[in-house]
Design a protein around this ligand. Structure first.
Ligand SMILES: [Fe+2]
Length: 226
């Protein structure tokens, strides 16, 4: 996590952390999703030699990126079924609603835009603005990779966690499509970070108590990450 911010910013961090905890609870993550993404995104930001203020904006955005989903408060977000077409279109609004909510809470413009663009895809098929390649700020491309990795490797009521290797395989498979290939490359070079550890391993330790469902590659690639 980041250090060396002024006392005022440190206070703000605490406020943002509180928002992050509420979002995590709403999203039914078993573990702290937001702080894990923030740590991995910051590790990537350092690989790309970001200035401190950019690292700070990225960290804030990582903590609140799904604020829009929390504010929308739709039951289907937590449902254990594929989304209908109208629900899919509705949930995509969480990026713009999140941007507005971040503004209401006094987060800076860079953070607001990162929240808006955290579902943009490298090939231009993401949302809400269908930005492509370098049109998407590097910070947003980093957030996309960190968010996906953390979502894949954490257990949720309707999704088993996959292993580190499977999650990295997913990132590689979608590099150049969903993800910036250079960000994926930088991600694969990260090591010795506890935040990289998959919670699937936690499940393995319970092997003798309950059978573990294995996630086949096909399921992994069918996994819905809106
Ligand atoms: Fe999102």
């Amino acid at each position: 996590m980041m250090r060396n911010f002024s006392a005022k910013e440190a206070d703000f961090d605490e406020r943002v952390l509180k928002i992050a905890r509420v979002i995590d609870e709403f999203e039914s993550y078993r573990h702290s999703h937001a702080t894990r993404i923030a740590a991995l995104a910051d590790a990537l930001a350092q690989k790309f030699n970001f200035a401190l203020h950019d690292r700070y904006s990225l960290q804030q955005a990582a903590l609140v990126h799904d604020l829009g989903e929390f504010v929308m408060n739709r039951d289907y977000i937590k449902s254990n079924r594929p989304l209908r077409e109208d629900e899919r279109a509705d949930v995509q609004r969480h990026t713009i609603i999140g941007e507005q909510e971040a503004a209401k809470r006094g987060l800076n413009r860079a953070v607001q835009l990162l929240v808006r663009w955290h579902h943009e895809w490298w090939n231009g098929t993401g949302y809400p603005d269908a930005l492509q390649c370098e049109q998407i700020p590097l910070t947003a491309r980093i957030l996309r990779v960190a968010d996906t990795y953390c979502a894949l490797t954490d257990e949720r009521p309707y999704n088993a966690a996959v292993s580190e290797a499977q999650a990295k395989c997913y990132l590689t498979g979608w590099a150049g499509i969903e993800f910036d290939p250079n960000v994926v490359k930088a991600f694969l070079s990260l090591e010795d970070l506890t935040e990289l550890e998959s919670f699937a391993d936690e499940k393995k330790n319970q092997l003798f108590e309950e059978p573990v469902e294995t996630v086949e590659n096909k399921e992994l690639f069918d996994k819905e990450i809106y």
